[in-house]
Design a protein around this ligand. Structure first.
Ligand SMILES: Nc1ncnc2c1ncn2[C@@H]1O[C@H](COP(=O)(O)OP(=O)(O)OP(=O)(O)O)[C@@H](O)[C@H]1O
Length: 263
């Protein structure tokens, strides 16, 4: 996935908001990139560009070597709110991408009660929801719904995973538990991941690159490699290298916020 000198403005004329200054960013296959930066700096805008939900004002966006949208790429998405459909069971929510996305869609009728169902149950078991497939979203806690939402994002073996503060609404302990689960799922299938987060520990736990953005209009200030051995554990987050890194990131973001305030 590549952004080449991309800018984005929302709206036109005097009321236009420039969300992104010129941004260039490249992710290789299997990269796990965390996007961090001050509120409103354009992190979600980058996800929308890559997910083909938004067109760049100028510049180019490429996914799988082609202009975004030109090539069928399996994309998984998860957001801060789990957005599960309330009238479907957890299992049916998780299977939804298989009903919509090719090549799975072609076999939906034939496999939805056998192979696809087994696939959903296997994923649910991996995230600790073994016996919850037949429940409805309202019967699960927020953390459990977010686990299900991760399963839905991954059920169709996406090549690209777009995560917008997926754990933002959860308590610290559930959040840390889900970091471990997401890491395991990522190690299993190695999709390319773009994760937007405000949690610097989360970015350093999960990512192999952390991209720090300036305040709006967002541009890239730093592209920081994260080399801690995997699988990382919560103990990793108390090592000096880890705390140094999150401290450095924090300083960069505080400076970026300060610079924006000064202009
Ligand atoms: N549809 C829209 N119309 C007008 N302005 C928008 C629109 N979407 C986003 N913006 C503005 O563009 C800027 C970037 O928004 P974006 O959501 O990408 O930022 P963000 O870094 O993800 O923010 P946060 O960290 O607060 O979630 C913000 O100033 C926002 O108000």
């Amino acid at each position: 996935m590549e952004l080449e000198k991309v800018t984005v403005s929302y709206g036109k004329g005097e009321t236009a908001t420039q969300a992104l200054a010129e941004v260039s960013l490249r992710a290789g296959e299997g990269d796990f990139i965390a996007l961090v930066g001050p509120s409103g700096c354009g992190k979600s805008t980058i996800l929308k560009l890559v997910g083909d939900l938004l067109k760049a004002t100028s510049g180019n966006v490429f996914v799988a070597g082609r202009e975004v949208g030109a090539q069928d790429v399996r994309i998984g998405m998860a957001f801060q709110n789990p957005t599960l459909l309330p009238w479907l069971t957890i299992r049916d929510n998780v299977m939804l991408p298989l009903k919509i996305v090719q090549p799975f869609r072609a076999d939906w009728r034939q496999k939805r009660k056998t192979e696809y169902r087994d696939r959903a149950e296997a994923l649910l078991a991996k995230v600790g929801l073994k016996d919850f497939g037949s429940k409805f979203p309202w019967q699960l806690s927020g953390g459990m719904q977010q686990r299900a939402s991760l399963c839905r994002a991954l059920i169709h073996d996406p090549n690209l995973l777009l995560l917008d503060e997926p754990f933002g609404a959860l308590d610290q302990f559930t959040r840390e538990e889900l970091w471990g689960i997401l890491q395991t799922l990522w190690i299993d299938t190695k999709p390319t991941v773009l994760l937007v987060t405000h949690d610097l520990r989360e970015s350093a736990f999960l990512a192999n690159r952390i991209v720090v953005m300036s305040a709006r209009p967002g541009r890239i200030l730093v592209d920081e490699p994260v080399a801690f051995a995997r699988p990382r554990t919560i103990d990793t987050t108390y090592e000096p290298g880890f705390t140094n890194l999150t401290h450095k990131l924090r300083t960069l973001i505080v400076e970026a916020r300060g610079a924006a305030g000064a202009t």
